[in-house]
Write a new protein. Structure first.
Length: 417
């Protein structure tokens, strides 16, 4: 067990345990992990005296998407990561799982409050072990897609069934994204947040209007300079006389996130004569396929890969973009969609989990199938109807800016009282 002491602010619970699959990293007497996860855990930590995290650990170099914990008395119980993706890993899991279950059991016995992070392999074991502790209060953050009708792995369905079952999961508040019918009293619709009220009080960006086809000299090439339109936030491109439609993709470069669809959309628009660009933020095993596609179709001046970037850099990128293209197969509460909306970057995204609710069922952006031609048509419709674009941008920004870190912290406190 590793222990680190930080300053504490508020105390509601004495001993708080987090069971998570998120890998933690030790560096210079600090504990690091994925920045959105740590940002949220720092808020939960304000209400507890002692925090114990049960998770896989490593000592790899710190990356730009990791940050450290603040202001908490923090302990880490290290467990070994495992999966069941192939025969070798299944055999290994037979030896690893009993020890992981024992560590989880000890941590739950120690805690005054149990906090599970699902779905995931570690979360699955946590769902099972927590049954032994019916009287202990629990919060479970289900960060995946809670849609009962969605196609999901069997392990995810089992976790959802256990958590939804008030006999197996007692004294629990299961936080899910979206408001779904026919749920038990365990299930509580929730949200997440990326920005504080101070972020939204910044005065360093103005929303750029979409170039208008009415003033285009060449039938397809966009040359007209951008005009101010929204009073809230406006940005202007000043590097060139030729203005362009700017798109952004933020997320893992994985098969499930389908980043290649975003590239194919801007490619199709380019072939139609539009001046376009796409900035891609993220890393993953699809990177090589993406690079091959870019090189094959000579899109080096259209698509730019930035890799993993800091929260600040991504925020500035949102401010410069007209559209977020995010056609993922599976999400919970897609943070990138809410983040883009906050900075007047209109989302074009897939119909998954609670995204229809987030986009006001088409009033704050567009929900599409993973079809390039359909998406291109929608972009052209926005270009030909600037008023619709600006109306949706304004609605999207107003809606997303409700969900601040301050509001998030307030709601977390209510859960723990």
């Amino acid at each position: 067990m590793y222990a680190f002491n930080y300053e504490n602010e508020k105390k509601v619970i004495m001993k708080f345990v987090i069971i998570s699959h998120v890998e933690h990293n030790f560096y210079e007497q600090k504990i690091y992990a994925y920045e959105p996860f740590v940002r949220e855990m720092n808020l939960w930590a304000k209400f507890v005296d002692e925090m114990l995290i049960v998770s896989p650990c490593t000592s790899k170099p710190i990356t730009s998407i990791e940050t450290d914990y603040k202001k908490i008395n923090l302990k880490i119980d290290k467990i070994e990561a495992f999966n069941i993706l192939n025969i070798k890993s299944i055999i290994k899991s037979f030896f690893v799982v009993p020890n992981v279950c024992f560590v989880i059991y000890k941590s739950m016995k120690w805690a005054d409050h149990i906090h599970l992070r699902c779905p995931g392999n570690v979360g699955m074991l946590g769902c099972i072990v927590q049954i032994i502790f019916p009287s202990k209060p629990k919060t479970i953050k289900y960060a995946g897609n809670w849609d009962p009708n969605s196609m999901q792995p069997l392990s995810y369905k089992i976790q959802k069934w256990i958590l939804n079952n008030t006999f197996l999961t007692k004294n629990a508040k299961v936080l899910v994204y979206g408001n779904w019918q026919n749920q038990t009293k365990n299930i509580i619709p929730f949200f997440t947040a990326s920005y504080s009220e101070n972020d939204f009080n910044e005065k360093n960006g103005i929303t750029m209007s979409l170039p208008s086809l009415k003033a285009v000299q060449n039938k397809h090439l966009i040359k007209e300079s951008c005009a101010h339109s929204l009073k809230c936030d406006s940005r202007i491109e000043s590097n060139s006389n030729e203005k362009e439609l700017k798109f952004i993709y933020v997320g893992a470069l994985s098969e499930g996130k389908q980043p290649l669809i975003s590239i194919k959309v801007v490619h199709a628009l380019k072939k139609k004569g539009f001046k376009v660009s796409l900035d891609i933020y993220g890393e993953g095993n699809e990177r090589e396929y993406i690079i091959n596609y870019i090189q094959k179709y000579s899109l080096e001046n259209v698509v730019t890969l930035y890799g993993n970037a800091s929260k600040k850099d991504v925020k500035e990128a949102y401010k410069k973009a007209h559209f977020l293209l995010f056609i993922s197969k599976s999400e919970g509460w897609p943070k990138v969609v809410a983040e883009a909306m906050s900075w007047a970057c209109l989302p074009i995204t897939s119909n998954v989990s609670c995204t229809p609710f987030m986009l006001g069922y088409g009033k704050r952006g567009s929900i599409v199938k993973p079809d390039v031609e359909e998406i291109v048509t929608i972009v052209e419709e926005y270009i030909s109807n600037e008023d619709k674009y600006h109306e949706q941008v304004k609605k999207a920004m107003d809606w997303s800016r409700q969900f601040t870190l301050e509001k998030f912290e307030e709601e977390i406190g209510k859960l723990l009282i």
